[in-house]
Design a binder for this molecule. Structure first.
Ligand SMILES: [Zn+2]
Length: 251
C-alpha cells in the first residue's frame, strides 16, 4: 500500500552506513517514522527532501506496522540556509518540542503549522531569538490545551492592572495577586502578563511582530520557559544546547 503525505522532517537517525530513520510531522497522518534506504549516499535523489527542517512530499510504502520511503520531493525550506549557531539551535529546540508533542492527528496538524511559521520567523533574522522562543513556547502550550490563565488573580479575580507584585504559578498556569498569595513565588510584572496574553491571543501572522528588549524580554523568556517545562515535565537536551549557544554568542 502506498501513502502520500506532506510534512516536515523533525528527526533523522543514521542506521548503519547507508540508511536513515526519518521522522516527519504531517498535515493529515500525525507523526510518522519511516526507513529511507540508501539515503546517506550523496547521489541519492531523496536526500534533500529528507533533510532536517525540510517540508516535503513523501510517498511511503507500508509493510505491516513499518513505513519505507518510496520517493520524495522537497516542497519548501522554512529554515533558510545561513542561520547562525544560536538560531540553528533554537530551530533544533522547536523541532524537538514539536516531535515530542505531536500526540495525535489533530494536535500534529496544529503543531506543524506553528513550527513551520516559527522556522520562517527564525530565518528572517529581525526578531530576538529569546522573543521567538517565548512566543512559540506559549503558543505551543495553548495549542495543546495548556493556555495560561492571565485575565486576573486565580483566587480573587482582581486584574493585574490594579496592583503590582503578582506571582505566576508555572504548574497551575495562572497568576495570583499579592493579597491572595500564601507564599512568595515567581514574580511577574504587569507588562509581562500583557505580553504573554498578546502572544497567545494574536493570530499566527502578528504573534511575533512585537519589539521587546532588556529586563522585560529576560522576564518574558524566563517565565515562558518555566511554564513550558512545568507543563511538559521533561528535559530537552536541545534547550541546553540553545543556552550554551547563547553564552557563546555573548562572549
Ligand atoms: Zn487575589
Amino acid at each position: 500500500m502506498l501513502l502520500t503525505v506532506n510534512g516536515l522532517v523533525v528527526r533523522t537517525l543514521k542506521l548503519g552506513d547507508f540508511d536513515r530513520l526519518v521522522t516527519v510531522i504531517t498535515e493529515t497522518e500525525g507523526k510518522l517514522t519511516f526507513k529511507a534506504c540508501g539515503i546517506n549516499s550523496l547521489k541519492n535523489k531523496n536526500s534533500a527532501a529528507c533533510a532536517l527542517f525540510t517540508y516535503s512530499e513523501f510517498v511511503l510504502k507500508k509493510n505491516g506496522d513499518s513505513f519505507y520511503l518510496s520517493r520524495s520531493s522537497p516542497l519548501f525550506f522554512p529554515l533558510r540556509r545561513g542561520c547562525d549557531l544560536l538560531r540553528l539551535s533554537l530551530a533544533g529546540y522547536f523541532t524537538q518540542l514539536a516531535a515530542d508533542t505531536s500526540y495525535d492527528r489533530e494536535s500534529t496538524a496544529q503543531v506543524l503549522k506553528l513550527l513551520t511559521n516559527a522556522l520562517v520567523v527564525i530565518s528572517k533574522n529581525d526578531r530576538e531569538p529569546d522573543l521567538i522562543k517565548a512566543v512559540f513556547e506559549l503558543r505551543l502550550l495553548t495549542a495543546l490545551g495548556f493556555a495560561p490563565l492571565l485575565d486576573g488573580c486565580g483566587v480573587c479575580g482582581c486584574e493585574p492592572g490594579g496592583k503590582d507584585g503578582f506571582f505566576f504559578d508555572p504548574l497551575g498556569g495562572d497568576i495570583v495577586c499579592p493579597d491572595c498569595a500564601k507564599e512568595d513565588g515567581l514574580k511577574i510584572s504587569r507588562d509581562c502578563v500583557l505580553l504573554m496574553k498578546r502572544s497567545v491571543e494574536s493570530d499566527e501572522k502578528s504573534a511575533y511582530a512585537v519589539t521587546v528588549s532588556g529586563p522585560l524580554l529576560e522576564e518574558f523568556a524566563d517565565v515562558s520557559e518555566r511554564f513550558l517545562l512545568a507543563q511538559l515535565e521533561k528535559r530537552y537536551d536541545t534547550l541546553d544546547f540553545y543556552r550554551e549557544a547563547k553564552e557563546l554568542t555573548k562572549k
